[in-house]
Design a protein around this ligand. Structure first.
Ligand SMILES: Nc1ncnc2c1ncn2[C@@H]1O[C@H](COP(=O)(O)OP(=O)(O)OP(=O)(O)O)[C@@H](O)[C@H]1O
Ligand SMILES: [Mg+2]
Length: 337
């Protein structure tokens, strides 16, 4: 049996939070959040506007003092050992934190020097990061002439100078065009492959689907669901099987076989057979039975519930225009024959 990430790294937790609490006046922004992030993984914190994502990250990153609960970063308490914690983390904020009037090169040089690198080391590191983030050509331009995507990349580059073991990314791709977004995803995957742990917040369900090993869904300051993306999907409902047979006269026979193998009653609408599936693995058995019966398929797909549907079920609200999200989403598993 293949072990999951959390089992393999169960001894090492990059983040461990218990009952984290923060109120702004009457507003319980973070209301008892528990989190366990295994080292070496990408962990997604998902939630709508105002859910408490940034506030949670700020407390974990020692930028905001919790009103209650506790949190450890690689075993170090964020309040009592904040100095150690700061050496273990990199934070990329929701808004770029670099200096507007300076060029990309100047910004990275300053950050490097502040972190104690020698001038030569700083120059090498700056060149390496500009190259990694595709900013070499724009390196001499002042930041005020940068596009949103370039700023994001520079901001991420700046947070990587120290190569921290844990990187917080607060909505790293919000406002980026699809191509720049997927470049960011590649960069994030590379960071994890070279040993970092990533905790990222996102409002994009597809982003969590693409990147995260595990996800916590936060709503109104509380974790309302936690698990792998597949577990979350499975918790919400069944997959659905859809097929079209090559010869319409086979529809009835196909339905009988589906009933026999899947133990569910399929429905037929304009030539398309649809059946709920609790176990997508059964599709193999079904295909064999259909072939043995000499029934040919024109089209077949198995669709898992999308993360949109999961989110809607868990929080009772969408995160925006659902039709647009499902357009973007690649989360449906389709098998065509
Ligand atoms: N400094 C602050 N002072 C007062 N209220 C705040 C402060 N920071 C956040 N809040 C409130 O706390 C709640 C959680 O905010 P937070 O920024 O953590 O949400 P978020 O999940 O990051 O949202 P978004 O997706 O919009 O970034 C919100 O109701 C917000 O208005
Ligand atoms: Mg936020």
């Amino acid at each position: 049996m293949e072990l999951t990430f959390s089992e393999r790294n169960s001894e090492v937790l990059a983040v461990e939070a218990h009952g984290l609490f923060k109120a702004f006046g009457q507003n319980r922004a973070v209301d008892g959040v528990n989190l366990s992030v295994p080292a070496g993984t990408i962990y997604g914190v998902l939630g709508p506007n105002g859910a408490g994502k940034t506030t949670t990250i700020n407390m974990l990153a020692t930028l905001l003092r919790p009103d209650g609960g506790s949190a450890k970063i690689f075993g170090h308490d964020v309040v009592k050992e904040s100095q150690i914690v700061r050496q273990l983390i990199g934070v990329t904020g929701q808004y770029a934190s670099v200096d507007e009037s300076l060029s990309a090169t100047e910004n990275l040089m300053i950050f490097s020097r502040l972190l104690g690198l020698s001038r030569a080391e700083a120059r090498n590191k700056t060149e390496e990061l500009l190259d990694e983030f595709g900013l070499t050509e724009a390196a001499k331009r002042p930041l005020k002439n940068f596009s949103g995507g370039m700023r994001r990349r520079l901001d991420l580059a700046a947070s990587l100078i120290a190569q921290p073991p844990l990187i917080f990314l607060d909505e790293p791709t919000t406002g980026l065009d699809p191509r720049t977004r997927s470049q960011m995803w590649d960069t994030i995957r590379r960071l994890v492959n070279t040993g970092s742990t990533i905790l990222l917040t996102t409002q994009y369900l597809e982003e969590a689907d693409q990147l995260a090993d595990r996800v916590a869904v936060i709503d109104r300051g509380r974790v309302v669901a936690e698990g792998t993306v597949d577990e979350l999907k499975a918790s919400v409902g069944t997959s659905s099987l859809q097929l079209i047979v090559s010869h319409p006269q086979d529809i009835e026979a196909a339905c009988r076989i589906i009933e026999l193998v899947l133990k569910v009653r399929p429905t037929v609408t304009s030539g398309k057979i649809t059946a709920p599936m609790t176990n997508a693995d059964l599709v193999t058995d079904l295909l064999i039975s259909l072939r043995e019966a000499g029934i040919h398929l024109a089209e077949m797909s198995v669709q898992k519930p999308t993360l949109d549907e999961v989110f809607l079920t868990i929080t009772g609200q969408g995160v925006g225009d659902t039709s647009q999200l499902s357009d973007e989403s690649n989360s449906r598993q389709e098998v065509r024959v």
